[in-house]
Design a protein around this ligand. Structure first.
Ligand SMILES: C[S@@+](CC[C@H](N)C(=O)[O-])C[C@H]1O[C@@H](n2cnc3c(N)ncnc32)[C@H](O)[C@@H]1O
Length: 322
């Protein structure tokens, strides 16, 4: 799995490698002993990377699609993928195997692609990248490097598995969260941070981390669940929001602008994408747990089951001044 860190090597002089190593070492020990890892480890041990490598990868399709070599270890691959359920972002097709993820992330990509601009020869981060769907989409435009951050070990393993098949150059995964951006001072040309802010107890501190890791003149695309109310304020749910225990602060769309302005960003564009729908987030065979339909009031889809305003999506694109 450590192969996902290889793209960092060439940046040793620019990033704080010791800070990252201190954070990743204990996670690696934990992952090696996790039940998620066993079938994947077996697959990687018993078959060389050459046997796993896809013969063709199409990252420009809505469903990221890889053709696999005839006679490859397809049953073992299926077992490894099943063992990593739930798959939150996607979809993917690996040979005959279709992984229909909880989120139809292609719908989000269609919304954001025209907004984020060119990534060619840029250093890109995707903070809260899950299994890296958006990193794979970004790779079609030849960034200098694209690095995903996510603290969930299952996401690291899913990315590691996909990247063993795809072997797309200059893509990496760091198995830690937003706070680890401190190891990348003034580093990124573009940071995507989507669906993460409301998991922060202190969203202002999160925006400050994004600012510090952006090079002067670089940009951040910050997307979040928001409540559709006028003005700039934050909802702090009493216990849960849409059944999530870890949704600490739900901003209004305008509060995203306020947070980013206070963090020091300028040229802030606000984009409102409307309510999240079950066409985009739903239960599937590959994410067979509760999903959006279970989180909304069955009699009034404009409210969560707790009676809060239902989630909408909004984003800001903001620049760090020179
Ligand atoms: C709602 S999902 C969003 C996934 C993807 N970015 C998207 O927009 O579809 C939130 C992701 O953020 C990750 N996450 C949670 N806390 C985080 C943190 N402090 N730093 C980075 N990622 C975090 C979760 O593990 C999860 O993969």
């Amino acid at each position: 799995m450590l192969h996902t860190l290889r793209p960092l090597k060439r940046y040793r002089g620019d990033i704080q490698v010791d800070v990252l190593a201190r954070e990743i070492r204990p996670l690696w020990r934990q992952v090696r002993h996790s039940a998620h890892w066993a079938p994947l480890r077996r697959l990687m041990r018993e078959h060389s990377l050459h046997a796993l490598r896809a013969t063709d990868v199409q990252v420009n399709l809505d469903t990221i699609t890889a053709s696999l070599p005839v006679g490859g270890p397809h049953d073992e691959l299926l077992a490894a993928c099943r063992n990593l359920i739930p798959w939150r972002v996607g979809p993917y097709q690996l040979g005959d195997l279709v992984i229909d993820s909880e989120w139809r992330s292609d719908q989000k990509w269609r919304r954001i692609e025209p907004i984020i601009g060119s990534v060619k020869n840029r250093r890109v981060a995707d903070v809260g990248c899950s299994n890296g769907y958006f990193l794979f989409k970004v790779s079609q435009f030849n960034p200098e490097v694209a690095l995903g951050f996510d603290p969930i070990d299952r996401c690291w393993l899913q990315f590691g598995l996909l990247q063993s098949l795809f072997q797309i150059p200059h893509l990496g995964f760091i198995p830690t969260g937003l706070a680890s951006l401190k190891a990348f001072p003034n580093f990124f040309d573009l940071i995507l941070c989507m669906g993460v802010l409301y998991h922060q107890r202190d969203p202002s501190a999160g925006c400050a981390r994004l600012f510090e890791a952006t090079r002067p003149g670089g940009r951040v695309f910050l997307e979040s669940l928001v409540i559709d109310q006028p003005g700039s304020h934050l909802l702090r749910p009493q216990e849960r929001y849409a059944k999530m225990r870890n949704a600490w602060v739900i901003p209004t769309a305008e509060a995203l602008v306020t947070l980013m302005t206070e963090a020091g960003f300028s040229d802030i564009e606000l984009h409102r994408f409307g309510p999240i729908t079950s066409a985009e987030q739903r239960r599937t065979e590959w994410a067979p747990y509760e999903s959006l339909a279970d989180f909304l009031d069955p009699n009034d889809s404009s409210k969560t089951v707790e009676g809060y305003p239902a989630p909408h999506s909004a984003a800001v694109l903001a620049r760090r001044p020179l």
